[in-house]
Design a protein around this ligand. Structure first.
Ligand code: SAM
Length: 240
C-alpha cells in the first residue's frame, strides 16, 4: 500500500492548504481553462487531489471529482466533502470508465510519477479521460530549466497544534529531485520530530510538451505566472 503521505496527511491542511496561495491559484486556473473553452458546470477531475484543498474554489462552478493514490489523503478529502466522488488511482494507469471536460493536476504533483516514461504514460491516461476538445492543465514541480536547490522554512501556529517545518530540496541525481521533510510537531504538550524523504521527477520543458503532443493533445498555452505554483502546461484534446 502507498504510504508516502500517511503521516503528512494528518497535518497536511494545517501546513500547506491556505487561502493565500490556493485562492489566487484556483482563480487563475479557472481563468485559463475558461479562456481555452471549459464550459460552465463542466466536469472537472482533480488529479492527485490530496485532501481536496482546491475543491472549495472549484465546486460552485464545476462538477468536481478527485483522484489520488493515497488512501490517507483520500479519507480526509472524503470526510471534508461527503457529496463528491473521490477515486483511488495512480496517475500512470488510472481508468475511471467515464470522461471529463477538464483533467487538472496542481501543486507539482505530477512530479511524483518520477520518470519521463511515467510522465508520458500519465499524459496518455489524461488524454483518454478527456472529451474531444477537453482540457488538461498540469503544473510541474519544477523543470530542468528552472530548478535550483533550496531550503524552505515555514510554520503552522494554532492553539492546539504547532509545526515547524524545513524542507531540503536538492538534486539527487540527474532528473530526480529529493525533498527531505523535517517536521517538529507540537501537540498535546509534547514535541515529536518527523523526517521523511520523497523523490520527485525533474522533467524538461520539452518533455512536458512532447508528452502532451504524443498523447494526442495540442499544447495551447504554457503559463509562467507566479500565481500558479510551477507555472502550467495546458493541453487540449484534438477534436475528431
Ligand atoms: C503535494 S500533494 C498535493 C495535493 C493537492 N494537489 C494539493 O495541491 O493540495 C501530492 C499528492 O499527490 C499524490 N500522489 C503521489 N503520487 C501519485 C500517483 N502516482 N498517482 C496519484 N496521486 C499521487 C499524493 O498522494 C498526494 O496527495
Amino acid at each position: 500500500m502507498y504510504s508516502d503521505f500517511e503521516t503528512i496527511s494528518t497535518y497536511y491542511d494545517d501546513l500547506y492548504v491556505n487561502d493565500e496561495e490556493y485562492a489566487p491559484e484556483a482563480a487563475k486556473v479557472k481563468e485559463l481553462l475558461t479562456r481555452h473553452g471549459l464550459p460552465p458546470r463542466g466536469d472537472l477531475l482533480l488529479l492527485a487531489c490530496g485532501t481536496g484543498g482546491h475543491v472549495p474554489y472549484f465546486r460552485d462552478e464545476y462538477r468536481v471529482f478527485g483522484l489520488d493514490l493515497s488512501e490517507d489523503m483520500l479519507a480526509r478529502a472524503r470526510a471534508k466533502f461527503p457529496g463528491l466522488a473521490f477515486y483511488g488511482g495512480n496517475l500512470i494507469d488510472f481508468e475511471l470508465e467515464r470522461d471529463f471536460d477538464a483533467v487538472i493536476c496542481l501543486y507539482g504533483s505530477i512530479g511524483f510519477v518520477r520518470t519521463v516514461e511515467n510522465l508520458r504514460a500519465s499524459m496518455r491516461r489524461i488524454a483518454a479521460h478527456l472529451r474531444p476538445g477537453g482540457l488538461t492543465l498540469i503544473t510541474p514541480w519544477s523543470t530542468e530549466e528552472d530548478f535550483s536547490e533550496m531550503i524552505v522554512v515555514d510554520a503552522a501556529d494554532k492553539p492546539e497544534l504547532k509545526i515547524a517545518r524545513m524542507e531540503q530540496v536538492r538534486l539527487k541525481e540527474p532528473k530526480v529531485i529529493e525533498v527531505i521533510f523535517h517536521h517538529l510537531i507540537g501537540k498535546d504538550n509534547d514535541v515529536t520530530y518527523h523526517k521523511q524523504a520523497m523523490e520527485i521527477g525533474l522533467f524538461s520543458r520539452e518533455e512536458y510538451r512532447s508528452s502532451m503532443i504524443d498523447a494526442g493533445l495540442d499544447v495551447v498555452e504554457e503559463y509562467r505566472g507566479a500565481d500558479v505554483r510551477g507555472g502550467a502546461y495546458i493541453g487540449k484534446r484534438i477534436s475528431v
